[in-house]
Design a protein around this ligand. Structure first.
Ligand code: GLU
Length: 467
């Protein structure tokens, strides 16, 4: 059997961590088995579907490298097919026309609730032969079996069973002619030859209805795996409409796809104590057996840790290239500063995201207009102005501009003037970066280059003199 999985989001909101986990597990399962991964957009709910969400889905998957072999299929482009299947079902007597008015159904529903019953369609039109529907509002319902059970083996939860008596006759075509979600899913899974349905646990209740429709169409039932919930840091279920963060926001905030995928795979799946998985390991090791049943909680600290790990462990040129693209988006002209590989080498152990790196190294590429206020109070004294002048003179004469020679100058001055190296480093740091934090200042000075260094020391001297 050739494995075929699908990711079938409804475009009613942004792609978030929970939906990406569903996509990732389905993708990995297909890749692990050399199967096919299909992307399907379930957009039959016209009032809630938005093209902006479709973009978020497609771009989010592309950014993460979750490539699909077929699709994206759009359900709204398959309406003729749903119609065809509905006609077959009507003919076979597995579906029927229902002309019950909303008011009537509401009345029944309230009565059922009043009597303590679970509200369900009472089956009024189930056995009527309605032929003339002209000028009538009608829906089409599936004739669900009245007795027996629907039993399926969920790959994560084991056996799940529902009594048919609990399921009512589901609407498969609305009064506006649009087929409904549960029906389209079945036809699509059937046409797309889906072998494994991996999706959120919120669909468990839909599964027996879908299985019954599949059975009526004589289709082999796929294998189901329903994933447990993901909760946000406050313990709330992640919901598209409330607290979901668009996956592309992580890209904007300087997270790496490798880190995000590694973080997400561990939200519910494990392989011993192993935490770090590159993509090939994920494909090799992923299985449905090791997915846990309990819900998982998002932990941003862990994600940051993971991102830092990848920033520090992926090849330098790869990170430099990601940083280049990131900085371009922030309108930083990278031609105005040092080459990015050297910069990454100097900065990567200090930061968690490309955003943090970018924000802390702007001074390499752009002039800054302000010095940190407390640093000015502490370090920009007349006495220190002489030290800067000394640095300026010595550095101006420096022939071989490198970390080693710059450190020697700082050392010499420290010995001559009897001031600690640490102090000189800070005075230079504030002058050259405008701030009190940076990697080793001699490395920064080395990278920033002679012209810019001298210019900035001069700028600081003038600033102090004007105080
Ligand atoms: N369209 C459904 C959703 O976005 C998923 C349906 C399915 O996977 O069967 O929740």
């Amino acid at each position: 059997m050739k494995v075929r999985t699908r990711f079938a989001p409804s475009p009613t909101g942004n792609l978030h961590i929970g939906s990406i986990r569903t996509a990732l597990y389905s993708w990995l399962f297909a890749r692990h088995h050399n199967g096919k991964f299909i992307l399907r957009i379930e957009d039959t709910d016209l009032s809630r579907s938005e093209s902006i969400s479709i973009n978020s889905i497609v771009n989010g998957l592309k950014w993460l490298g979750l490539d699909w072999d077929e699709g994206p299929y759009f359900q709204t482009q398959r309406l003729h097919r749903y119609k065809e299947v509905i006609n077959i079902m009507l003919e076979k007597g597995d579906a029927y026309i229902c002309v019950c008015s909303c008011e009537k159904l509401e009345e029944v529903r309230l009565k059922q609730i009043e009597k303590g019953y679970k509200p369900r369609y009472p089956g009024t039109c189930r056995n009527l032969k309605i032929i003339n529907m002209l000028n009538q509002n009608y829906v089409i319902r599936f004739k669900n079996p009245l007795s027996g059970k629907v039993v399926f083996q969920d790959k994560i939860r084991g056996e799940i069973s529902f009594d048919n008596s609990e399921l009512d006759d589901l609407i498969i075509q609305r009064s506006n002619g649009m087929p409904t979600y549960n029906f389209c899913v079945v036809v699509d899974d059937l046409d797309m030859k889906i072998t494994h349905v991996i999706r959120g646990e919120d669909h468990i209740n839909n599964t027996p209805r879908q299985i019954n429709i599949l059975k009526s169409l004589d289709f082999k039932i796929p294998i189901y795996a329903h994933l447990s919930m993901i909760l946000d840091e406050e313990g709330h279920k992640i919901s598209k409409r409330k607290n979901a963060i668009n996956i592309l926001e992580y890209c904007k905030n300087g997270f790496l796809p490798e880190a995000l995928l590694n973080y997400i795979i561990r939200l519910g799946w494990s392989c011993g104590d192993k935490e770090i998985f590159n993509i090939s390991e994920m494909k090799e090791l992923f299985n449905l057996k090791s997915i846990g049943k309990s819900s998982s909680t998002v932990n941003i600290k862990k994600l940051l840790w993971m991102n830092k790990y990848y920033i520090n462990n992926l090849p330098l040129n790869y990170i430099a290239n990601l940083l280049k693209n990131y900085m371009k988006k922030q309108n930083i002209n990278i031609k105005n500063g040092p080459d990015l590989e050297s910069l990454v080498k100097l900065f990567r152990s200090r930061y968690h995201t490309l955003k943090e790196i970018t924000e802390s190294c702007r001074y390499f590429y752009e002039e800054f207009n302000f010095f940190n206020k407390t640093a000015v109070e502490q370090y920009f004294t007349i006495q220190n102005c002489c030290i800067l002048e000394e640095c300026y003179e010595r550095m101006k004469k420096l022939f071989i501009w490198d970390n080693f020679n710059i450190s020697i100058i700082i050392n010499d001055i420290s010995q001559h003037i009897k001031i600690t190296k640490k102090e000189i480093n800070m005075i230079l740091r504030v002058s050259i970066t405008g701030n009190i934090h940076s990697p080793s200042i001699s490395s920064v000075i080395d990278l920033i280059g002679k012209d810019k260094t001298l210019l900035r020391i001069k700028k600081a001297i003038n600033y102090i003199k004007n105080l």
